[in-house]
Design a protein around this ligand. Structure first.
Ligand code: NAG
Length: 522
């Protein structure tokens, strides 16, 4: 089908285009395609193989259906001079830096309007004026992370590589993923190394997960043309919904824990009020030197020991980083975990933020806290029971705004928590599931081991506003040793952690940093 489409494009549409263009006095070089895509017999066999999901190869053309159907055509344009000139014209275009959770690369001006003879020639001969087509430049540390390309109408994706001699150690491979029973990407089955004048086509479907791996070469440019052939979308089953991350109420620990761990500055009531004022103005605050110096150092050192078992969290279309297995935490690391989980800390956070993270904290209009202590003792038992109930309630996925509001009156504050390790290749992505489930929450991040971490390595947290399908960057939080970051986010705010690139490990040692990541819910 795809090859048919080519033929139609180059024979009829392309032909018409040529005449039209000539009328407008735009001259272009006509592009001749490899013989193999013009042969009727090959077309027929490719079509058959593609629909039966079986492999096929003929000369420069190779069709493979694992992990999903894709086709590689080498020496796609028959004239080397044409390829060279095309490359030159493309490199002469304006490129714009593109960067978000999913990618970092440079994209050219819109190719539809370009009048350079070889660009216009290729467009006319091959793709016609009605297709998405753009030119991308991937240089050192550029990347396009795992995604499926699915968008209304996209049926077949194509990429034409215009690269200098390239090896897999240069990075920038097109990696194709297998999927699990939930149609989630699992592992890379095939990596295609880009090569000059090779065209790759693949079917866009719920399982067509792929990535452009990070470009590792410092001095070569991975230039490519890419786009989609459009057609009716495939039926798809609803997207998989992940089980929610468990949430727990505070642990019953008193203020001695705070005195033991936290820089006394932050326990001063007047200072807490000042922090709260600032937090209420900007919904975020960074508290430097948060832990006592010796505590911070102790935890930093122990985190680097090999005692902790780290487990990779996926799937790759959503995240890639490591989390600590709690039962392997050394004493001081787990004590710090307990601190952030403790009743006393929930109270401290309430003071910092004005949020009600404890039933004892006054609501804005209620400042009667004379008999705190009695109340605390008396309610302890009852509270524990409610906690259990509430965890179950928040564990369910269906939340209309009404039930959330109703629940709020009764709810016990809870938190979810992870101790994470970030190193070359780590990231998190925004994704549909997360957007649907966004809710009011207080994020806490406490980083360790990032003394010489540079922002250009990635690993920073980006907050974006999710406004009518458009994502607007609203904030960056760069990891900083012993600096407690608090961010209050609303239902429209999503976050991701920028891909940690090769610059983080350029001097042959792989750098890593760690953070406690807690999310608190009122
Ligand atoms: C929070 O503030 C109240 C006074 O506003 C104070 O009594 C209490 O000790 C503070 N809590 C913490 C954990 O610092």
């Amino acid at each position: 089908q795809i090859v048919d489409r080519h033929e139609t494009d180059s024979n009829s549409e392309g032909g018409k285009m040529e005449k039209k263009r000539k009328k407008k006095k735009i001259c272009f070089e006509s592009a001749e395609l490899s013989k193999v895509v013009e042969e009727e017999q090959v077309k027929k066999l490719v079509k058959e193989a593609w629909s039966q999901r079986s492999p096929y190869s003929q000369g420069d053309l190779e069709l493979d259906c694992q992990p999903f159907p894709h086709c590689i055509i080498r020496n796609f344009l028959s004239s080397e001079t044409f390829v060279e000139n095309l490359q030159k014209e493309l490199l002469g275009l304006n490129f714009h830096e593109k960067s978000n959770d999913l990618y970092k690369f440079k994209q050219s001006d819109d190719l539809k309007k370009r009048t350079e003879p070889h660009i216009a020639g290729l467009r006319a001969a091959l793709f016609g004026p009605f297709l998405d087509i753009s030119c991308a430049k991937y240089e050192h540390t550029d990347i396009l992370l795992c995604h499926d390309d699915e968008l209304e109408g996209r049926r077949v994706a194509f990429i034409l590589y215009l690269v200098p001699p390239w090896q897999s150690s240069d990075g920038g491979t097109l990696d194709l993923y297998t999927t699990d029973s939930n149609f989630q990407p699992k592992s890379i089955l095939k990596s295609l190394v880009p090569s000059l004048n090779t065209l790759v086509l693949f079917e866009v479907s719920p399982v067509s997960f792929h990535q452009v791996s990070e470009v590792l070469t410092q001095d070569k440019c991975r230039l490519s043309l890419s786009g989609w052939f459009h057609g009716p979308s495939l039926e798809r089953s609803p997207r998989h919904i992940e089980p929610p991350v468990p949430r727990n109420p505070h642990l019953p620990r008193d203020e001695t824990l705070l005195l033991e761990w936290i820089n006394p500055v932050y326990l001063d009531i007047a200072y807490q009020e000042q922090v709260q004022g600032e937090f209420e103005d900007s919904s975020e605050i960074q508290l430097k030197d948060f832990l006592k110096e010796e505590k911070f150092r102790e935890v930093s050192e122990v985190l680097r020991l090999n005692q902790i078992q780290w487990t990779k969290r996926g799937p790759p279309n959503k995240r890639c980083y490591e989390v600590a297995s709690l039962d392997t935490l050394p004493q001081c690391v787990s004590a710090c975990w307990e601190l952030l989980h403790s009743e006393a800390f929930f109270l401290l956070l309430s003071n910092f933020t004005g949020l009600q993270l404890h039933y004892l904290c006054p609501a804005d209009d209620d400042d009667d806290d004379d008999d705190d202590e009695d109340e605390k003792e008396g309610n302890q038992d009852k509270e524990e029971k409610e906690d259990v109930k509430d965890v179950q309630a928040t564990g369910s996925l269906t939340e209309t705004s009404e039930t959330t509001n109703e629940k709020k009156e009764l709810s016990t504050p809870v938190c979810s928590a992870e101790l994470r390790r970030w190193s070359h290749g780590s990231y998190t992505l925004l994704h549909d599931g997360e957007a649907a489930r966004a809710e009011y929450a207080l994020d806490l991040i406490l980083p360790f081991g990032c003394a010489d971490w540079q922002s250009e390595y990635g690993g920073f947290t980006c907050y974006v506003a999710n406004e009518e399908d458009e994502e607007v960057n609203i904030d960056h939080m760069y990891p900083e040793d012993n600096c407690l970051a608090l961010v209050y986010r609303d239902k429209e705010t999503l976050k991701f952690v920028k891909h940690v690139n090769q610059k983080s490990s350029s001097d042959s040692t792989c750098r890593a940093f760690y953070d406690y990541s807690f999310v608190y819910y009122e």
